[in-house]
Write a protein that binds this ligand. Structure first.
Ligand code: SF4
Length: 368
């Protein structure tokens, strides 16, 4: 599994605190040179991590000139063969999805596109500072489908200021109507220092939906997606049969991955996590990408295993744990099993549909 972080955005959305710069064109070439240098220096790790899935995320990867994307794949193929590649995803903003961009994408191994649609309501999109309209999102979807891309994921957000249940229901219905095979839906997390946090502090007429309203929105989404034939396979993810995100599923199974690019994280699948530091300037100028790493303790590994496995409908197979941890885990799970928030079947612990929404609170009970 390989991840590439593309830290460029054309403009900043009001809620976002991800690392990215809006001064991309000045950096594109130097950035790609640095990525290719990093790939060469980490050739052994790339070989060990297997290139069966590649995920190009950001930032806004669709802001990167397609020729540089093509160059990335060609050079990566020389470091670690891409012959076993099954899923190759690129994130895109709908307004970047032009006929030229889609046609250039066809010359890469990309076979899955994840589009940051977020909403099909123009008022909401404008408020969030997104650059596209609902019409552009639908046109982008048509363009991709016309070019043969069927494996498309759409992102959507809920729990937004001023959003009410009926608006959300309309939005979900419109999203499901376009019948993309994969949806990722995230409740807004208000991050300190973002433009949105400042606006909410200044404008007392702006109100975030209550926890109960957010729970109702989530509940509606879960039921509507299920009625549309989608499997709710992870807290925030829904897929039609055969369209689960393989790359992200790998994260949740604890598989090793190599992250390239500034701020990208890597994991050896056992003990060690590393992350490149976030400065684009340092990343491009240093002879090798500056990074930090940590060796996970046994407790941290347990926490990660529980946290990632329980996020999914596949759940946590207790056979993964040694006897002591297994017994402790069962003890912690007991009250949640009793309340119907969790289920235990054939040695696998998982959330019930009802438990999924409060899973963060419940998972914290298991943490050491
Ligand atoms: S496009 Fe994505 S990464 Fe860029 S500012 Fe908006 S939400 Fe953040």
């Amino acid at each position: 599994m390989i991840y590439l972080h593309v830290p460029f955005c054309k403009s900043r959305c009001v809620y976002c605190d991800f690392f990215s710069t809006t001064n991309g064109p000045a950096w594109h070439e130097r950035y790609m040179e640095a990525v290719l240098r990093e790939a060469e220096q980490r050739r052994d790790e790339l070989g060990r991590a297997r290139a069966d899935t590649i995920y190009i995320g950001g930032g806004t990867p669709s802001q990167l000139p397609p020729a540089l994307l093509q160059c990335f794949f060609e050079r990566l193929d020389a470091q670690c063969s891409l012959s076993a590649l099954q899923e190759c995803t690129v994130e895109a903003n709908p307004d970047d999805v032009t006929p030229e961009w889609v046609s250039a994408l066809k010359d890469t191994p990309v076979n899955r596109v994840s589009m940051g649609v977020q909403s099909l309501n123009d008022g909401v999109l404008g408020f969030l500072g997104r650059r596209h309209t609902a019409k552009q999102a639908l046109e982008a979807l048509d363009l991709l489908r016309g070019a043969g891309y069927e494996n498309i994921s759409l992102d959507l957000m809920f729990g937004l200021p001023g959003q009410n249940i009926s608006q959300w229901e309309e939005n979900v219905k419109a999203m499901l109507e376009v019948s993309a095979p994969h949806l990722s839906a995230y409740a807004l997390q208000l991050e300190e220092g973002t433009l949105l946090a400042k606006r909410l502090a200044q404008d007392k007429t702006l109100r975030l939906p209550s926890d109960d309203e957010v729970a109702e929105m989530y509940d509606f989404l879960v039921r509507a997606a299920r009625d549309a034939g989608m499997e709710h396979y992870e807290i925030s993810n829904f897929a039609k049969p055969g369209y689960r995100a393989q790359h992200n599923s790998g994260y949740w199974k604890g598989l090793p991955y190599v992250g390239l690019g500034p701020g990208a994280h890597s994991y050896d699948g056992a003990f060690c996590r590393r992350w490149n530091l976030g400065s684009l300037e340092d990343y491009c100028n240093a002879p090798s990408a500056p990074f930090e790493e940590e060796v996970l303790t046994e407790e941290e590994r347990y926490n990660e295993t529980v946290m990632t496995r329980l996020r999914t409908s596949d759940g946590l197979n207790l056979a993964e744990l040694d006897e002591k941890r297994r017994n402790d885990t069962l003890k912690t799970a007991k009250p949640h099993l009793k309340r119907g928030m969790m289920m235990l079947e054939e040695g696998v612990l998982r959330f019930s549909e009802q438990g999924f929404f409060v899973s963060n609170d419940i998972i914290s009970d298991f943490m050491l």
